[in-house]
Design a binder for this molecule. Structure first.
Ligand SMILES: Nc1ncnc2c1ncn2[C@@H]1O[C@H](COP(=O)(O)OP(=O)(O)OP(=O)(O)O)[C@@H](O)[C@H]1O
Ligand SMILES: [Mg+2]
Length: 250
């Protein structure tokens, strides 16, 4: 059974049909990269998957459980929050809580969800995740004391702390200098090597090709082409994909 089945997702903003029927499957342990021009709908798709936007049509199924059905969308905020927990989301801007340390940022949501039980396990897990992100000496620093790359790695640890089925990234390095980009891509690659299930929207074509199992090329609200990442990016079939990739990949 696929871990995620996305079927015919459509989304309109005012008069613009931004998603025109997106469908794809993903297997547990797989990394998918989503590429495509600015405005093609990549962020909107991730937001629909994470219930930050409500799609107009289509279905989203995780581990066989239909979380979203455009014909009967859930409107109850509490229900939405519960469904959102299946997905983790790491944004371009790290959005850490400035008043909390790195460790507090990572443990805050799980501690609230656990309502007091298992506190020491949650803190141990938070420390382990920060260590995995190469931040064992930064746990008690506040966001303003961290570089952009370090803040983004805290944001990744924070998303992992809620144990999502699928971790989504929306251009996780586009706010970073090239130097700091490398350190963030390195930890994402380590997660891919450990078979973390991930969807990564990125403009880093070499990374999308080398780290992902599968790639999806979105164009004007549709999936124009999808397939094994290496093949799609090195040898696309569609003229439009070729045009997009030309000059972006060495
Ligand atoms: N809340 C909104 N209201 C109206 N239009 C929106 C809204 N969010 C997105 N759009 C429009 O939807 C289209 C797709 O936007 P989206 O952000 O999903 O593209 P993208 O592929 O992520 O682009 P980029 O690569 O620049 O991040 C754009 O034309 C955008 O202006
Ligand atoms: Mg975007």
């Amino acid at each position: 059974m696929p871990i995620l089945e996305v079927r015919n997702i459509k989304k309109k903003f005012e008069n613009t049909q931004v998603l025109k029927g997106i469908s794809f499957d993903m297997e547990e342990g797989e990394t998918i990269s989503i590429i495509g021009s600015s405005g093609s709908g990549k962020t909107t798709l991730l937001r629909c998957l994470n219930f930050l936007e409500t799609a107009d049509e289509g279905t989203i199924t995780v581990r066989g459980q239909k979380l979203f059905d455009g014909q009967h969308p859930v409107t109850n905020e509490k229900e939405k929050r519960k469904m959102r927990l299946h997905f983790g989301l790491v944004f371009q801007q790290f959005n850490l809580f400035p008043q909390y340390t790195a460790l507090e940022n990572v443990t805050l949501a799980p501690l609230l969800a656990a309502e007091g039980s298992g506190k020491s396990d949650i803190i141990e897990n938070g420390k382990r995740l920060l260590d995995q992100m190469g931040l064992s000496d930064r746990m008690y620093n506040y966001p303003h004391q961290l570089s952009g790359g370090q803040q983004q790695r805290v944001a990744i640890a924070r998303a992992l702390a809620l144990k999502p089925d699928i971790l989504c990234f929306d251009e996780p390095t586009s706010a970073l200098d090239p130097e700091l980009t490398g350190e963030v891509l390195k930890v994402i690659k380590q997660l891919a090597d450990k078979k973390t299930t991930m969807i990564i929207v990125t403009h880093e074509m070499a990374f999308a090709r080398d780290v992902a199992d599968k790639a999806i090329f979105m164009d004007d609200g549709v999936v124009l082409e999808q397939g094994p990442a290496f093949e799609l990016i090195n040898n696309p079939e569609q003229e439009r994909t070729k045009q997009f990739l030309s000059g972006l990949i060495k």
